[in-house]
Write a protein that binds this ligand. Structure first.
Ligand code: NAD
Length: 471
């Protein structure tokens, strides 16, 4: 789809718009906006058939104002310097918005994953990791990658293992990357974290009665209709949690077509179908729409683009009928389409806030790796015993006994997953209120994205000032 500006220019356009509402030193604002370093490299892959292919990779570290830098690794055909730089910049602002004390980074390899065997992907990933080690672009205190489009726990464990083999400081080596399998230093709740964070963010937005009234919608999620673009990690989990909370998912769009059912799609059943057939298509009791881009234009309350950038451009923005666009992907709405939609009163929950659940839980995983202990391990039994003592005392005082069925519901220490989900919910709810307050303080004269960027800029300026760089 067409867009006249590069992705990084679009991110900077959002930054510039927000910066106008601050009074920070222009030199400092210029420093924040710039990308500190980009590493481009190529290496040979020996394919399974013995042929040699050149593979291209990038890692961009946008900001070192806090260390380590943090951001995912993407495997896709459109990976390029502009894309990783823009995504690294978004990571800087995202981390600041949700108070994750990291700089922003992003990496990627230009490839179509479906064209490579599992062994080839392992060789590519391990070589990519060793290139990062060679140039000091990875390490628990330097730069910590995570999964993104086209990558997952498997690739992250190859990276951790390669780093461990090459580093001179192996003790904390698992903290060099997040999104690992739980059995290899990962944390419970990371896989679903981004989609769950998307759900918390949408839920929070829909709780605001005044905002919903302006859109002609009722307060809360129940009964709202939604369309999801992309049924990968983020799209599937966002759909799952929205569906569980009463949202009717009427359409799911994938790269090869879309399925539609105005009565609502059964998300767990679709997930099973997707696992069995490798596609969402031919799912029973749903209509098929061959042109999946048209699916974005179907009438609904909430449109959740969860695939890639530049999906809603000035070309199709006029056809979008959704009242809320919840940006689960990075950069799905171009900056000019954003202006057009905002003018039309469409409520956009911006990527720079909405998909921050992944990095939030990655931060928890990094903390776990550095502390070398599972969250809840030392407190779970203690909490259960304290709760038992309290209930026993109340039973004695009131001379009443709880039934054996009631007891377990009241006595439960927090597990790692409970703590991760609690931290994630707290983070997404607080950050939403913070950016909504900034918008409110400026009499709602700009969109939520501008408020989110103002929030990020203010926090990054503060951390530069406290470092003594700009007194
Ligand atoms: P993924 O690879 O797991 O899933 C992406 C899905 O989108 C795939 O199923 C793919 O087939 C589908 N897709 C590709 N092109 C499409 C098109 N034109 N129309 C419809 N569907 C299409 O990737 P993911 O991890 O879910 O990432 C999706 C987006 O979320 C990306 O923008 C990524 O940067 C962002 N994101 C991901 C995370 C994370 O933790 N994984 C965190 C923050 C942001």
């Amino acid at each position: 789809m067409s867009t006249s500006k590069s992705f990084f220019e679009q991110v900077n356009q959002h930054f510039n718009k927000a910066a106008q509402y601050t009074s920070h030193d222009p030199g400092l604002l210029a420093q924040i906006k710039r990308c500190n370093s980009v590493y481009y490299f190529s290496f040979p892959l020996k394919k399974d058939d013995g042929s040699i292919e050149v593979i291209e990779g990038w890692r961009a570290e946008h900001s070192h104002h806090r260390l380590p830098c943090k951001g995912g690794i993407r495997y896709a055909m459109q990976v390029a310097e502009d894309e990783v730089t823009a995504l690294a910049a978004l990571m800087t602002y995202k981390n600041a918005i949700v108070d994750v004390p990291f700089g922003g980074a992003k990496g990627g390899i230009r490839l179509d994953k479906s064209k490579y065997s599992a062994d080839e992907i392992e060789r590519i990933t391990r070589r990519y990791a060793s290139e990062l080690v060679r140039k000091n672009f990875i390490g628990p205190g330097k730069d910590v990658p995570a999964p993104d489009y086209g990558t997952g726990a498997k690739e992250m464990s190859f990276i951790a293992d390669t780093y461990k083999a090459l580093t001179s400081a192996p003790l904390d080596s698992l903290a060099c990357v997040t999104g690992k399998p739980v059995s290899y230093g990962g944390i419970r709740g990371r896989v679903e974290a981004t989609g769950k964070g998307v759900y918390f963010g949408i839920r929070e937005a829909c709780q605001n009665t005044d905002d919903m009234k302006k859109l002609g919608l009722t307060t809360g999620l129940a009964g709202k209709t939604a369309i999801i673009q992309g049924f990968g990690n983020v799209g599937y989990h966002a759909a799952k949690f929205l569906h569980e909370d009463g949202v009717k998912i009427i359409c799911i769009a994938e790269y090869n077509g879309a399925i539609y059912n105005p009565q609502g799609i059964d998300i767990p059943a679709l997930r099973t179908h997707f696992k069995e057939t490798g596609s969402i298509l031919n799912f029973p009791s749903s209509e098929k729409t061959p042109d999946s881009t048209k699916a974005l234009e179907i009438e609904c309350d909430i449109l959740v683009p969860a695939a890639l950038e530049n999906q809603i451009t000035i070309d199709n923005a006029k056809n979008i009928k959704a009242k809320i666009i919840a940006e689960a992907a990075n950069g799905p709405v171009t900056s000019d389409a954003n202006e057009e939609l905002h003018k039309r009163g469409v409520f956009i929950i911006p990527d720079v806030y909405l998909n921050a659940g992944g990095v939030t839980v990655s931060y928890f995983e990094w903390l776990k790796n550095l502390s070398h202990v599972r969250f809840g391990r030392m407190s779970k039994r203690f909490e259960e015993k304290s709760q038992t003592k309290m209930i026993t005392a109340i039973e004695k005082l009131t001379d009443k006994k709880l039934s054996p069925e009631e007891m377990p519901n009241l006595i439960s220490g927090a597990s790692e997953e409970d703590l991760v989900n609690s931290g994630l919910e707290e983070t997404m709810v607080n950050a939403y209120q913070e950016i909504r307050d900034i918008q409110h303080q400026h009499n709602d004269q700009f969109d939520l994205r501008t408020a989110a960027f103002i929030c990020a800029i203010n926090k990054i300026v503060t951390s530069y000032k406290h470092a003594g760089i700009f007194p």
